[in-house]
Design a protein around this ligand. Structure first.
Ligand code: 13P
Length: 341
């Protein structure tokens, strides 16, 4: 394990003004996105779509790295260049999703899952490293419901995240540790904050126990938001306060950066929240950089504009969201910028 390399990659992933593009939808997940825009889920269409994203002129100004799905890591661009090489040439770090998805947790509460993919991971990481991946992602999923999450589900998911992170560091691949508390329910932002605190404190306990070097990782958490079905939606300011508070309580200062997931927030909400969190962090002081690692909130507009054929429109929509979120990492975004565009 080379801690210097791991740390340098982590710092580059959260470089000022930049964040991560999560384009690592599994074949099943991208099918759902394509269905909404009437595009058939075929290998050539997935390749063309990701080619459109990664050849967006100027997106590298706001994009430190891209999380790829395994298929994409080994694909070439439409111009015939391996995608990781194309990205690296623009100064964008290629990364790879390595988990095999969240599966029902035996003996767990309703809807509870545990993420699979540890068996054979050490060998896969060597292949990914050779293909150009410099960081990885593993997503654990925590559901809020009646009596959930259970401590059991939190514990096994945190344990798997730490096992994954330790294996990545052994291979000089910087792990993104992603414990996602879902926002699908009817719970309040207060409940989300409480559950997030339980989850993050367990995750950092496991990372410590399994000797993961905090300087060589990036945390990818949810924000403390209201569930989508909650009648009372917390304000942008409340989300920022709750999110920063829970992070300060749980995330050691040795972690270089925190890159939020968007989790089903609207494009503009995800940007507004990130902006407010950064403004608050600047006012209070915070030990880590705070940025984005968005999937849906960076790609939704681009997918609608592209719709399988309009490459230029797709690129423009992608660039716009990347730029808005880049500004939000510095607390320099405002709703007026959306209208101006
Ligand atoms: P969303 O931003 O769409 O939540 O996706 C980010 C991600 O990588 C989830 O694992």
């Amino acid at each position: 394990m080379n801690l210097h390399i791991l740390h340098q990659t982590a710092l580059a992933m959260v470089a000022p003004g930049k964040g991560l593009l999560a384009a690592d939808e599994s074949t099943g997940t991208i099918a759902k996105r394509f269905a909404k825009i009437g595009v058939e889920n075929t290998e050539p269409n997935r390749r063309a779509y990701r080619d459109m994203l990664f050849t967006t002129p100027g997106f590298e100004q706001y994009t430190s790295g891209v999380i790829l799905y395994e298929e994409t890591l080994f694909q070439t661009s439409l111009a015939g260049e391996p995608f990781p090489k194309l990205l690296a040439a623009k100064g964008v770090i290629p990364g790879i999703k390595v988990d095999k998805g969240a599966k029902p947790l035996a003996g767990g509460g309703p809807e509870e899952t545990v993420t699979e993919g540890l068996d054979g991971l050490r060998e896969r990481l060597v292949k990914y490293q050779e293909a150009g991946a410099r960081f990885a992602k593993w997503r654990a999923v925590i559901t809020i419901g009646e009596g959930t999450p259970t401590d059991y589900a939190i514990r096994v998911n945190a344990h798997a995240l730490a096992r994954y992170a330790a294996l990545c560091q052994e291979a000089d691949i910087t792990p993104i540790v992603e414990p996602e508390v879902l926002m699908d329910g009817d719970n309040t932002a207060e409940t989300c904050e409480r559950v997030t605190e339980r989850v993050l404190s367990q995750v950092f306990r496991e990372l410590y126990d399994q000797r993961v070097a905090l300087e060589g990782m990036v945390l990818k958490p949810n924000m403390a938001v209201s569930g989508l079905k909650c009648p009372q939606q917390a304000s942008v300011e409340e989300v920022a306060e709750r999110t920063l508070r829970v992070l300060k309580r749980c995330v050691p200062a040795a972690v270089p950066g925190i890159a939020f997931l968007s989790g089903g927030q609207s494009d503009e909400d995800a940007t507004a929240h990130l902006n407010a969190i950064n403004q608050l962090a600047a006012a209070q002081g915070a030990p880590w950089r705070l940025t984005f690692s968005y999937g849906r909130a960076l790609q939704h507009a681009a997918q609608v504009a592209w719709a399988g054929k309009n490459v230029e429109a797709g690129r423009m929509a992608h660039l716009h969201r990347a730029r808005m979120n880049g500004l939000a990492t510095q607390g320099k975004w405002s709703p007026a910028l959306e209208k101006a565009a």
